[in-house]
Design a protein around this ligand. Structure first.
Ligand code: AMP
Length: 319
């Protein structure tokens, strides 16, 4: 029993080459043509024209430009607003943000997001850029984000969400993309409790032309960022371990409703104990509620050394 949950969670990593594609949450979902063909190959940076053409075709095919009425605001912030839109029985979410048009007609967020096609990744149907306003037509998730359900979450749902998160993350990594802002606010839930990873605003390519590259920007949400990104004067960092770390923090939060620390640096008492006195930390609230199997999982995901984190995780998942 002890590692049952863990092995189930690892399944996605064992299947990296044949990344499973589960059932879609809604039969009314428009399909952005061609995703089947590149669904398991790295996403691409170039081919501006083809992508723009496909995007335009999809917007036209589903007539996103007219006939939709605004139902309510789903979320808002400094970035802009997300609206629920309805046309007959169809519902979509439209994210409206101020964004300068680029030469190519899209930013890295759109080019990355539109190429994703997996049951645990929020679908971007198409986008429309008018002057400096960008509208992203997105799959609608009626339960909102995981953050707003945290306090009432039971263990069964928490495990299910975490497993779905790992499935989605494995898929994103397989496509050569790192998300860099995984957190409960960016995990949406459909009516059927299917988890969808959203918000690719900070995502980037870590595989370009078949080669793995290191990243440079300090981006993300502080309490979910790994030590190698927060470290002052650091060098470039590896992509996938950043998301694995965030998955560890999310797992802790799903199970305990607390965050393990405010910031993964040695000035933070909890984080220092994680590095220097793990047994002492296990006596504290939150940690003491976790069983041995869950702690083992956290030891892999919240490994301070990023190379060992990814290596240890992959090795554990091979067994
Ligand atoms: P975002 O700016 O994408 O992080 O969205 C802000 C908030 O709007 C989220 O935390 C959700 O509560 C809500 N929201 C965003 N996208 C959707 C969607 N596709 N379906 C339902 N709610 C959404």
């Amino acid at each position: 029993m002890i590692f049952q949950v863990f092995f189930a969670l690892c399944r996605c990593f064992q299947e990296l080459k044949t990344c499973r594609r589960g059932k879609s949450s809604t039969s009314r979902e428009p399909d952005f043509g061609g995703t089947e063909n590149f669904a398991s190959s790295p996403a691409t940076l170039t081919d501006c024209e083809t992508l723009l053409k496909k995007n335009e075709e999809t917007c036209k095919r589903y007539n996103f430009a007219s006939g939709w009425s605004k139902v309510r605001v789903l979320g808002e912030g400094g970035y802009g607003k997300v609206f629920l839109l309805r046309k007959k029985k169809n519902k979509i979410a439209r994210k409206v943000v101020l964004s300068q048009p680029t030469d190519c007609g899209f930013s890295s967020e759109e080019i990355i997001h539109i190429q994703m096609s997996h049951p645990n990744v929020l679908k971007l149907y198409c986008w429309e850029q008018k002057a400096n306003v960008l509208c992203m037509n997105l799959e609608y998730c009626s339960r909102g984000d995981v953050a707003s359900h945290l306090l009432n979450l039971d263990e069964k749902d928490a495990k299910s969400y975490f497993k779905q998160l790992l499935d989605g993350v494995a898929y994103i990594h397989l496509r050569g993309i790192v998300h860099r802002d995984l957190k409960p606010e960016n995990l949406l839930l459909t009516k059927e409790k299917v988890l969808k990873i959203s918000d690719f605003g900070l995502a980037d390519f870590f595989i370009i032309n078949g080669k793995e590259i290191r990243l440079t920007e300090t981006v993300g949400t502080e309490s979910y960022m790994p030590p190698e990104v927060l470290q002052p004067g650091r060098k470039r960092y590896l992509g996938p371990p950043v998301d694995l770390w965030a998955c560890g923090v999310i797992f802790f939060k799903l199970m305990t409703k607390r965050k393990p620390w405010s910031r993964a640096d040695l000035n933070d008492e909890e984080y220092r104990m994680w590095v220097e006195n793990r047994k002492g930390l296990y006596k504290k609230d939150g940690w003491k509620e976790l069983n041995k199997a869950f702690r083992t999982l956290l030891n892999l995901l919240l490994e301070p050394n990023p190379t060992q984190r990814i290596y240890g995780w992959r090795r554990a998942c091979r067994h």
